[in-house]
Design a protein around this ligand. Structure first.
Ligand code: FAD
Length: 458
């Protein structure tokens, strides 16, 4: 298990290899940490490949020497998943070209490009990826390596489910182009594959026509029962293109629940909102309805990020936990979790996200999910106070305890979480997919140097 926030940059240990690795101590310090500020590591250095060929050369030399190599995109991991203790962090920032091909309805993006850049290029052609994450600051490679869930995932699955082709560099330092038709085993091992078999350098994704406007509904519930019943109904039908939700602190230690649902909108009036909200059980007196441009909706987190940067919360430790629950367990499990005193901090600082998902829409084989057709994603996005490592340690221990409770109900961890996991835990997590992943790891990362931050292998 890793230590909490205690890293020392080992500039004295910078080895003369590889020649092209960056010895800049500031970059190495940054690579020893991430958005979570929960665990730290001691990388030897940072390598910023100017080209795919340079990355191939680097990995081909690092592998036989057993030097760990992890890619870094946006650095939004919360538990060291992109760190490289005793090895090299590869900063893919320079591989960030984004090219849209409207005739083919595709966009090709370098792994280091941010989703905000993909959105900009696609919208300029009136197109959009069918699924996008809420936060557009992460990198293309980083999100595809974890799968990528968004507001439209109940209908269209993962961001990774819309990848047409990938260019990757394997742990043997070879560039390979893979897709459903070519090197399918590698393609399936890379999408939601936690960077274990190859580093993504370029991805081509399908696009669909983008609406100009959307109509956004915020529907408030005072009881979890009606909230989960409505989320269930909205996951099953197609009336909204995007659905997500939150639990929000209410008076006297209680929680309210809010569904945010979005539908494409022509802008023509009059609009019959009852067609969209008919049959739902929210509090009609408090519903909020507004029109937004689609771009404004996609960039909705930019403002939140600006505010959190100003208040300093963005820079604080983020011991986050994300679980996928069987939907039928969520209505009982979630209120119990929120009533637990270990979660009190969430009332003051953090976000509780609840997203409905349908299993049939999720296709990448390595994205593990509970059995059953309807699922609920619970994300406890808490912010810990600065300078209080004890508090962070307690939050991580609470995450682990909650993960075990959820697992007993058939729940599954989302690997982006701040939860200590043993290799045995990962084996159980992947279940029947473990052997396939292990075979692909052996074949494509023969020296087992890639993305060790997850701790998958003994
Ligand atoms: C504010 C916030 C909001 C978020 N919202 C969402 C959301 O809506 N939906 C969602 O699904 N996730 C969400 N996440 C989780 C986030 O998208 C994932 O953690 C993602 O992996 C981060 O990618 P990154 O490039 O920023 O991070 P990094 O820390 O740079 O990378 C994440 C992981 O991917 C690996 N990696 C990076 N680049 C590559 C590559 N080219 N090839 C192979 N592996 C690579 C890294 O080594 C690391 O293991 C959110 C996170 C934050 C902090």
């Amino acid at each position: 298990m890793k230590g909490i926030a205690s890293f020392v940059p080992r500039s004295d240990h910078l080895v003369p290899f590889p020649e092209s690795a960056d010895r800049d101590a500031a970059k190495t310090v940054q690579a020893a940490d991430d958005f979570g500020h929960v665990v730290g590591s001691r990388p030897l250095g940072v390598f910023s490949p100017p080209s795919v060929a340079a990355l191939c050369e680097f990995v081909a030399v690092a592998g036989p020497r057993g030097l760990p190599v992890s890619a870094r995109g946006g650095g939004y991991s919360v538990y060291g998943q992109g760190q490289a203790e005793g090895g090299y962090v590869v900063d893919l920032g320079a591989l960030n070209e984004v090219r849209c091909t409207p005739a083919a309805r595709t966009v090709t993006a370098g792994a280091g490009a941010r989703w905000s850049e993909v959105v900009r290029a696609a919208l300029a052609e009136g197109l959009t990826p069918p699924v996008l994450p809420d936060h557009l600051g992460g990198s293309v490679g980083g999100l595809l390596s974890t799968g990528g869930l968004g507001g439209s995932s109940h209908r269209h699955g993962l961001v990774a489910d819309h990848v047409r082709e990938l260019a990757v560099v394997t742990g043997a330092g070879e560039e390979v182009t893979c897709s459903r038709e070519r090197h399918r085993d590698l393609f399936d091992a890379v999408l939601a594959g936690l960077g274990q078999c190859a580093l993504i350098v370029r991805a081509t994704l399908d696009l669909v026509p983008a609406p100009a406007l959307v109509r956004r509904f915020r529907l408030y519930h005072h009881t979890p029962g009606t909230f989960f019943a409505d989320q269930r109904a909205l996951a099953r039908d197609d009336r909204f293109s995007h659905v997500c939700g939150q639990a929000r602190p209410a008076l006297d230690g209680a929680w309210d629940y809010m569904i945010e649902a979005v539908a494409p909108h022509t802008g023509q009036l009059p609009v019959d909102d009852t067609l969209l909200t008919g049959g739902l059980e929210h509090d009609r007196d408090t519903e909020e309805i507004e029109n937004l441009s689609y771009e404004e909706f996609l960039r909705r987190m930019d403002r939140d990020e600006r505010i959190l940067r100003t208040t300093g919360e963005w820079q604080r430790p983020h011991p986050w936990l994300t679980l996928l629950l069987p939907e039928e367990a969520a209505a009982e499990f979630v209120p119990k979790v929120l009533a637990d005193h270990a979660q009190n901090g969430l009332r003051a600082c953090g976000v509780v996200q609840l997203r409905p998902l349908t299993s049939r829409a999720l296709r990448a084989p390595l994205l593990r999910r509970p059995p059953g057709e309807l699922l609920c994603l619970l994300s406890l996005m808490r912010t810990a106070p600065p300078g209080a490592p004890e508090n962070v340690r307690e939050a991580v221990a609470a995450n682990r305890a909650l993960y075990e409770r959820a697992r007993d109900l058939g729940g599954v961890l989302h690997p982006t979480s701040a939860v200590p996991m043993t290799s045995g835990d990962w084996r159980a997590h992947f279940g029947p997919a473990w052997e396939t992943l292990a075979r692909a790891k052996h074949r494509y990362d023969p020296h087992s140097v890639l993305t060790r931050g997850y701790g998958l292998w003994p």
